[in-house]
Design a protein around this ligand. Structure first.
Ligand code: ADP
Ligand code: MG
Length: 173
């Protein structure tokens, strides 16, 4: 089975995926390395994934019917799996991480607003049969990875709905 590790940029997907005892498919790398894109987003400068081509390739690499757990990692991975784990991070903490990455202020704000408004969570709920949500704020990457393993092992359940960042963000009028 495929499980998507998704979330707003900076929430720790790549870091946590490296600590998981499963095969991981980095979707951004797959798009880049195999040319599965429709071009470059002129505003953001990033590749636009060809989701249909990507879905076909992912099904080859990790058939959904297989017993093996395979992690799809990336901020649109929830479009390619029936189960998603959404990583969340307090906008205040996320802001510092995205600034450290060298994102321009506009891109930082865009991502903080997406996080505050649960954009990825809402998308995951639309695409997937089962969605879990982990608040990574104040947790180490290893602690988050351990939670992912326990969720996928059905040892614990972390259903969405317990996180609310709306008090943390000021929005432009
Ligand atoms: P993503 O892949 O979701 O964009 P990354 O895994 O690249 O996010 O993480 C972004 C930054 O945040 C990295 O510098 C990483 O070291 C740091 N980071 C990730 N997870 C945590 C965590 N749980 N606690 C503290 N720092 C973290
Ligand atoms: Mg990443």
């Amino acid at each position: 089975m495929r499980a998507a590790l998704t979330g707003t940029p900076g929430t720790g997907k790549t870091t946590v995926a490296k600590l998981l005892p499963y095969r991981v498919i980095d979707l951004n790398a797959l798009v880049r390395d195999e040319g599965l894109s429709l071009g470059t987003d002129p505003e953001r400068g990033c590749l636009i994934a060809d989701v249909d081509a990507l879905a076909e390739r992912v099904e080859e690499l990790a058939p959904e019917g297989d017993e093996e757990i395979v992690i799809l990692e990336g901020h649109f991975s929830h479009q390619l799996a029936s189960e998603a784990i959404v990583l969340r991070t307090s906008p205040g903490v996320l802001r510092e991480r995205l600034k450290l990455r060298g994102y321009p202020e506009k891109k930082v704000r865009e991502n903080l607003e997406a996080e505050a408004l649960d954009v990825i969570l809402v998308e995951a709920a639309e695409w997937c049969d089962r969605v879990s949500e982990i608040d990574t704020t104040g947790k180490s990457p290893q602690e988050v990875a351990d939670l992912v393993v326990r969720i996928l092992g059905r040892v614990i359940a972390m259903p969405p709905g317990n996180i609310d960042w709306t008090g943390e963000m000021e929005f432009d009028p």
